[in-house]
Write a protein that binds this ligand. Structure first.
Ligand SMILES: [Zn+2]
Ligand SMILES: [Zn+2]
Length: 117
């Protein structure tokens, strides 16, 4: 099911196959603006995580991925650091994690949090 101009619900599904597949509307809005700005496909490498899968991948106990509020993304051909910097400036309230191969984005209510992975 298409839930925004460029994203389908299944793209946010937990990678373990359990079927947990939601995404917060604010997080989705940010991803749409990222997609529009860079003009290239945005791949969600990790969206939702059920407790078991989150544990398996070593996610934080209170990870926003468990709430369907976070997405780890790769913007095709764009350095993850550039994505981090652009989102931080465009959406100052957004929480962001800087990693070598992806950018973590979430819209927690008690943010913004910023970290390097
Ligand atoms: Zn799962
Ligand atoms: Zn993440």
């Amino acid at each position: 099911m298409k839930i925004s101009p460029h994203f389908h619900r299944h793209e946010f599904a937990c990678n373990c196959g359990c079927g947990f597949d939601t995404v917060d509307t604010h997080t989705l809005e940010v991803l749409e603006v990222v997609r529009e700005h860079f003009g290239v496909p945005v791949r969600v490498t990790s969206g939702c995580r059920c407790p078991a899968y989150n544990h398996q991948v070593g996610g934080a106990e209170r990870s926003q991925h468990r709430l369907g509020r976070a997405a780890d993304i790769q913007v095709q051909g764009v350095d993850p650091g550039l994505v981090f910097d652009w989102v931080a400036e465009r959406f100052p309230a957004t929480s962001l994690g800087r990693y070598a191969n992806f950018t973590h984005i979430d819209t927690r209510s008690d943010g913004p949090a910023r970290w390097e992975g």
